[in-house]
Design a protein around this ligand. Structure first.
Ligand SMILES: *[C@@H]1O[C@H](CO)[C@@H](O)[C@H](O)[C@H]1NC(C)=O
Ligand SMILES: *[C@@H]1O[C@H](CO)[C@@H](O)[C@H](O)[C@H]1NC(C)=O
Ligand SMILES: *[C@@H]1O[C@H](CO)[C@@H](O)[C@H](O)[C@H]1NC(C)=O
Ligand SMILES: *[C@@H]1O[C@H](CO)[C@@H](O)[C@H](O)[C@H]1NC(C)=O
Ligand SMILES: *[C@@H]1O[C@H](CO)[C@@H](O)[C@H](O)[C@H]1NC(C)=O
Ligand SMILES: *[C@@H]1O[C@H](CO)[C@@H](O)[C@H](O)[C@H]1NC(C)=O
Ligand SMILES: *[C@@H]1O[C@H](CO)[C@@H](O)[C@H](O)[C@H]1NC(C)=O
Length: 380
């Protein structure tokens, strides 16, 4: 509509008029931009391309208008805006040492009016404090000092109970939960299926090998025992430390050449279905043989004919002979891919930032009062 080119060879008066026009337009754009940046609503809309182009004919954007450092952004936002309309979300520690850009929520996650920070000086103005359990294992590591009224403490874990110490230190402190458990206040699964609008034309990757397993932790007794018995009856290629090498950038390609993948979880826990299922099996284009929660639990997240469950067989030997029968029967094997004509697997790739960003929307929908007397009682 308004083309922002900067022409050169024009008569003098036209030049001045043009200059004035462009100058006032740029001021106008700057002001709109500046103003809209102050209202958090802006955050949910990407700037329009023509607004960006206008920088070309004016002074470069100042730091105050477009802060690029997340902490600077938080400071500016708080200073510039009406404080009571901004929701400050304090991330108590980086989860397991993973850092991520605080001000870059994915477009599909509503993060308007929210501000994420790691600055503990903002504790007293924070609407919520997100506490990653793996990074906090004693009372002294929890926020100290008087707790602001109406503040929510949000408990976060992507790990099952057996990897969490001291759950009871959270007793009578927590208001909301965030985890892989579907009944959490904020559900943060390892992956999910997306319904396709059109019929997907999925091509089964070429198969040259039979069963793969990637194992790094040999202490999970149940699955190691199962594997030990299974391998007596069917060849299983094991990747991981002390076994076959699997470079990170070749994981999917390598696993895609197998007909089956052993998606054995290290802990059997409700809804605990990890990247072994979503990435190593589904994204790689292979059929998962699962060990974990019961079949019914898996079926809440994936079609019944998308996986094979060890519980469907009375013994590892029986499972082995079923897999061997599928090896010889292409038509039957291909039925494990029928679901792919209407669903696409998604692994939560940028998981940390996506999960933390969900806190914003959850706070908007949270009851004004809620408290969880015991995390342990719910989670274990
Ligand atoms: C300004 O516009 C010119 C020509 O349209 C383009 O080549 C240049 O990359 C632009 N500069 C910036 C900073 O966008
Ligand atoms: C800030 O916003 C609240 C409601 O969102 C309003 O009641 C208050 O008057 C505003 N304060 C200022 C200084 O604008
Ligand atoms: C943390 O926040 C406080 C209070 O808003 C501010 O004075 C301080 O400069 C901030 N620290 C950092 C490192 O941003
Ligand atoms: C559990 O919490 C208590 C009380 O804060 C603390 O003394 C203890 O060291 C913690 N235990 C572990 C294993 O961290
Ligand atoms: C799948 O294939 C059909 C027929 O060849 C085609 O009409 C359709 O557009 C394809 N769908 C996708 C998502 O590629
Ligand atoms: C994988 O990464 C290694 C080293 O980082 C590199 O040498 C190799 O070419 C990469 N392979 C592929 C298929 O990208
Ligand atoms: C959160 O839980 C604490 C401890 O039970 C309670 O004091 C506080 O009022 C709760 N906050 C909200 C917003 O429900």
């Amino acid at each position: 509509m308004f083309s922002m080119s900067c022409p050169n060879n024009l008569p003098k008066t036209s030049w001045i008029i043009l200059f004035l026009a462009i100058y006032s337009y740029c001021i106008f754009v700057l002001c709109t931009f500046y103003y809209s940046e102050k209202t958090p609503e802006y955050k949910s809309h990407p700037p329009k391309p023509n607004v960006k182009m206008s920088w070309n004919c004016s002074i470069p954007p100042s730091k105050t208008v477009l802060p690029d450092h997340p902490r600077a952004a938080a400071q500016d936002q708080l200073k510039l805006s009406n404080q009571s309309s901004v929701t400050v979300i304090l991330i108590w520690t980086w989860p397991l040492g993973h850092t991520f850009p605080l001000s870059q929520c994915p477009p599909l996650v509503d993060s308007s009016h929210c501000f994420f920070t790691l600055n503990r000086s903002m504790y007293s103005v924070a609407k919520a404090v997100v506490i990653s359990h793996r990074d906090v294992w004693s009372h002294s590591q929890l926020p100290q000092g008087p707790r602001p009224p109406n503040q929510y403490w949000i408990w976060f874990s992507l790990e099952p109970p057996q990897y969490l110490k001291n759950l009871t230190i959270m007793d009578n402190f927590i208001n909301m939960t965030m985890s892989f458990r579907a009944d959490s206040d904020i559900f943060t699964p390892y992956g999910w299926l997306e319904k396709s609008d059109e019929k997907e034309n999925f091509t089964i990757p070429q198969k040259t090998r039979l069963v793969a397993w990637v194992a790094s932790n040999w202490k999970a007794k149940q699955r190691v025992e199962y594997y030990t018995e299974l391998k007596k009856h069917i060849k299983v290629d094991v990747y991981g430390k002390g076994h076959l090498d699997l470079p990170r950038n070749q994981t999917l390609q390598t696993l895609s050449t197998y007909k089956f993948y052993l998606a054995f979880e290290n802990s059997v826990h409700e809804d605990y279905i990890t990247e072994k299922f979503w990435k190593n099996s589904f994204l790689a284009g292979t059929v998962p043989v699962v060990m974990g929660p019961p079949r019914k639990n898996y079926e809440r997240f994936a079609p019944p004919d998308s996986f094979i469950h060890v519980d469907d067989f009375s013994s590892p030997q029986e499972l082995a002979s079923y897999l061997l029968s599928l090896e010889k029967d292409d038509q039957k094997y291909q039925q494990y891919f029928n679901w792919r004509s209407s669903y696409k697997p998604v692994k939560n790739e940028k998981s940390w930032v996506t999960e933390y960003c969900k806190v914003c929307k959850a706070l908007k929908e949270a009851p004004s009062y809620r408290t969880i007397p015991s995390i342990a009682e719910w989670f274990i």
